[in-house]
Design a binder for this molecule. Structure first.
Ligand code: OSB
Ligand code: MG
Length: 375
């Protein structure tokens, strides 16, 4: 099959979150989102999303660096070039271009969506997904007080979420996690995510979290610190899950070899797209490492890509794939993403491509900048 595109439109939209989302390294109140519309010579078009944030507090990328990378280096390489399969795109984008994974992913995932649409199959099916529904969790930002966090955790459980992730940082950790565990009881699936807020000197402090029987602790230490994560994992009973550290399949291999963690959060944006995500998924399946799909406060477009990925068989733990209404007053896709009372989100496997329609009028209203790449 000849996979080829000749036109890319980048847009920046701003979507206010219902509630500010605070992690150890920063807070977001309004999401600045970069959307891509990739088009072929027959006028077939597909949407993808770049997950980079406004400031470089999660990774070194931002929406503005991604915009530059996509328009200057990545799109010119990928447009007007024929691919046999979308799994060839990542290598083309990566030869001689270091880093910029979120920018690469946004382009690469567009090609996967285009290929699915041209074949008349869902993105889930193209990726090798098998699930009709994916299990869903919620990620709760850092709150002012343990009580405020307990209130949100209670609500989340009542809504059916199957995993409740608590953001932590020094000063907002042990007491907050204890309060939620005490209130929700032993059966609740709870985890913590530190976004690299600790150092190995905090090992004894973090070991106090073992008492709360968390499902996992996500990324306590530095993003390039697999060695100290291994030291910490040996000290803890609770499994460590790596997020920021896993930027490609080699880093996943390193984690397994060094025993730096026992679970991986796969975010396609962080690893440069679906080809790397699938390689990590397959490696982890062979190595009996469970994976789950992380989130980056995506709009309904990025969410469609994540849901398709999470429908693969080794995505055995609930993902950060909350429904549209958890984030936005109104999403930019139709239908919006919803979750049933069992905490499941349906995978649109009967619709070709990403499986939701994009609300173009609403996107036009929200757009504050546009750039076209059509070499
Ligand atoms: O570490 O998983 C993270 C959001 C922004 C940056 C980093 C992270 C997150 C989340 C949000 O946890 C999860 C979601 O999209 O619901
Ligand atoms: Mg994380």
């Amino acid at each position: 099959m000849n996979l080829r595109a000749n036109h890319l439109t980048l847009r920046e939209i701003r979507l206010p979150l219902k509630e500010p989302f605070r992690i150890s390294s920063g807070v977001v109140s309004e999401r600045r989102i970069c959307l891509l519309e990739l088009r072929n010579a027959d006028g077939i078009s597909v949407w993808s999303e770049c997950v980079a944030g406004e400031s470089p507090n999660y990774s070194s990328e931002t929406i503005d660096t991604a915009w530059l990378a996509i328009t200057q280096w990545l799109a010119p390489r990928a447009l007007n070039r024929s691919f046999q399969h979308p799994n060839e795109v990542f290598a083309v984008l990566s030869t001689g271009i270091r880093g910029h994974n979120m920018a690469k992913a946004a382009v690469e995932m567009g090609f996967w969506a285009l290929d699915a649409k041209l074949r008349g199959i869902s993105l889930s099916e193209l990726l090798g997904g098998t699930r009709d529904r994916v299990i869903t969790g919620i990620s709760l930002g850092i709150q002012q007080t343990p009580d405020a966090l307990v209130e949100r955790a209670r609500r989340a459980r009542a809504e059916g979420y199957r995993k409740i992730k608590l953001k932590i940082m020094p000063g907002s950790d042990i007491d907050f996690v204890r309060a939620v565990r005490d209130d929700l009881g032993a059966d609740a699936s709870i985890m913590a995510d530190a976004n690299s807020a600790y150092t190995i000197q905090d090992a004894d402090h973090l070991a106090q979290l073992d008492a709360f029987k968390l499902l996992m602790i996500e990324q306590p230490l530095g993003q390039d610190d697999l060695v100290r994560h291994a030291t910490l994992q040996a000290r803890l009973e609770t499994p460590l899950c790596l997020d920021e550290s896993i930027t490609d399949v080699q880093r996943a291999e390193d984690m397994i070899t060094l025993k730096s963690g026992r679970i991986i959060n796969i975010k396609p944006g962080r690893v440069g797209g679906f080809t790397q995500s699938l390689a990590i998924h397959d490696l982890c399946q062979r190595s009996r490492i469970p994976v789950w799909c992380g989130g980056m406060l995506e709009s309904g477009i990025g969410r469609a890509h994540n849901v398709a990925l999470a429908s693969l068989p080794n995505f055995s733990l609930p993902g950060d794939l909350s429904p549209s209404a958890r984030y936005w007053e109104r999403d930019i896709v139709m239908p919006e993403w919803t979750m049933d009372a069992d905490g499941m989100v349906r995978v649109p496997r009967e619709t070709p491509g990403i499986g939701v329609a994009v609300d173009r009028d609403r996107i036009d209203d929200l757009t504050i900048r546009t750039e076209i790449v059509a070499p």
